[in-house]
Design a protein around this ligand. Sequence first.
Ligand SMILES: Nc1ncnc2c1ncn2[C@@H]1O[C@H](COP(=O)(O)OP(=O)(O)OP(=O)(O)O)[C@@H](O)[C@H]1O
Ligand SMILES: [Mg+2]
Length: 154
Amino acid sequence: MKSFDLVSTSPEQTIEIGRELGKQFKGAEIIGIYGPLGSGKTHLIKGIAAGAGAKSAAIVNSPTFVIINEYKGKFDIYHIDAYRLNTTDEFEALGFDDYCYPHSVVLIEWADKIDSALQSVDYIRIELSHAGQNLRKIHIANLPLHIKCRHLIG
Ligand SMILES: Nc1ncnc2c1ncn2[C@@H]1O[C@H](COP(=O)(O)OP(=O)(O)OP(=O)(O)O)[C@@H](O)[C@H]1O
Ligand SMILES: [Mg+2]
């Protein structure tokens, strides 16, 4: 497992970083995506979903009202938006465990909200933060060894 930092200089680059990450997925990945409003979580997820083979990545949006979106393709990709969840019990009640299986990829947007629910889970942790108008710092932790960082740097 490893950690590293990247800087994205545009929304397109954030999507591209996500795509390079998603391309290297093998299934059974859980990704917690942290960061404040407008830090680029949905852009990153768009890229990850496309890279992981979602056929409908063009329609990736924050699933703010439905809480969970599903994108079919190479894997069953679940995009959970935890923004409206107030407790980790609400998160568990969604049936989180049922979404995690060998052929799925689970992307959790606003993981800040349910952080403690992920303590017992092996997940890739990605933290985004503002570093300027079009600059975003992306910290990736707990990345499986088979994922090559150099592909993400472009
Ligand atoms: N380097 C960058 N990477 C990603 N987004 C950027 C970047 N620079 C500027 N932006 C802008 O920041 C915003 C990021 O929006 P996005 O919806 O991806 O954020 P979010 O973290 O999902 O927000 P929310 O908390 O509302 O769900 C967009 O308006 C985008 O154009
Ligand atoms: Mg979003």
